[in-house]
Design a protein around this ligand. Structure first.
Ligand SMILES: [Fe+2]
Length: 333
């Protein structure tokens, strides 16, 4: 049986954008127990974040905060520059040296895109499409946050993702971020995108293979689970973990992953000169993991600054990015 409790469904169906979702199909794929937890958490987050726990002033907090940020940028003469920077993601190409990388994967190019938040900057789809025409890669991974708002309609963001889809090649793998509802996992396969929710796939090349795992969001939903992939990680010469937030770095390293790719922080998005972030939205995570390359107990990691923006469509001293990780075998001495 893949049925969710009626009480939960009644709470979900209050929201019109979820009324047509085939929850039985979602439960059949992901398991009713997981789905019940994920949807329960989504509703909790909606109450806590979107409605500020039902506080009467709650609905004003976000608009006032956003206007305050924009007003601050305008008053300091930086608003236009910040809006332009938010629409100019940089191409970052970097090499990742992995001991035990099978020879067939030497030079393998992994395109990572993350944190689109398309409904905040709909024109980002066209910008990325044009930019990716010039980029060579073998596989594309998406590390979450397709929607800008924390809750609510997601169609606009999926339409934008669909616009970029043609530029992402094949195959494309995706995990969910803390702005994404599990419901979009029904739509991704229609675009030829394979969602990874606490599951792994083997990437094959020239008779060799490496493991690509994806965990569910560990920031808000906390519905990540490494268990289902554990045996495959033990078997893999090299294993790569997609986790929206770098906050799962301890677990990733403990599970034996060789490389973890994340986003979520936007690199700070609004930073002081020199790139020092004002806010990064992570708990118990070293500063070094807020953007760029890092390492933890034998596991290499990378936190992308992301392609889009959240809260306001501006970036300050922190450009967005489109990243190509070129896998390399260990250097010969
Ligand atoms: Fe994000």
């Amino acid at each position: 049986m893949h049925e969710l409790p009626q009480e939960l469904m009644d709470r979900v169906h209050v929201h019109s954008h979820y009324r047509d979702v085939d929850y039985a199909r979602l439960a059949a794929h992901f398991g009713a127990e997981y789905l019940e937890r994920r949807i329960g958490r989504q509703l909790e987050i909606y109450d806590r974040v979107a409605r500020y726990g039902g506080h009467p002033a709650g609905r004003w907090v976000k608009p006032v905060y956003r206007r305050g940020l924009k007003a601050g940028l305008w008053m300091t003469g930086q608003l236009e520059r910040a809006r332009r920077l938010a629409r100019a993601p940089q191409l970052v190409e970097r090499e990742v040296w992995l001991e035990n990388l099978p020879a067939g994967f030497d030079g393998f190019r992994v395109l990572q895109l993350t944190d689109f938040h398309f409904d905040y900057t709909p024109e980002l789809a066209g910008i990325l499409k044009a930019q990716l025409r010039e980029v060579a890669f073998d596989v594309c991974v998406l590390t979450g946050d397709y929607r800008g708002e924390d809750f609510g309609p997601y169609e606009e963001s999926l339409t934008a993702l669909e616009e970029v889809r043609g530029a992402l090649g094949d195959p494309v793998y995706a995990v969910l971020g803390n702005h994404d509802s599990i419901e979009i996992m029904l739509r991704l396969p229609e675009m030829g995108i394979r969602g990874l929710v606490n599951e792994a796939v083997w990437l094959e090349r020239g008779g060799d293979r490496i493991l690509l795992s994806g965990v569910d969001d560990g920031h808000w939903y906390r519905t990540h689970d490494f268990g289902p992939m554990r045996d495959q990680v033990a078997e893999a010469a090299v294993s790569v973990l997609l986790s929206h937030s770098p906050e799962l770095y301890r677990a990733g390293a403990a599970e034996g992953y060789d490389l973890m790719l994340s986003g979520h922080t936007h690199g700070g998005q609004l930073c002081l000169p020199g790139g020092c972030p004002l806010v990064a939205h992570v708990k118990d995570t070293p500063r070094a993991m807020i953007r760029g390359a890092w390492a933890w107990e034998g596991m290499l990691g990378y936190t992308s600054r992301g392609a889009g923006t959240s809260s306001i469509d501006c970036r300050l001293n922190c450009p967005g990015e489109v990243t190509v990780h070129v896998l390399r075998g260990t250097r010969e001495e």
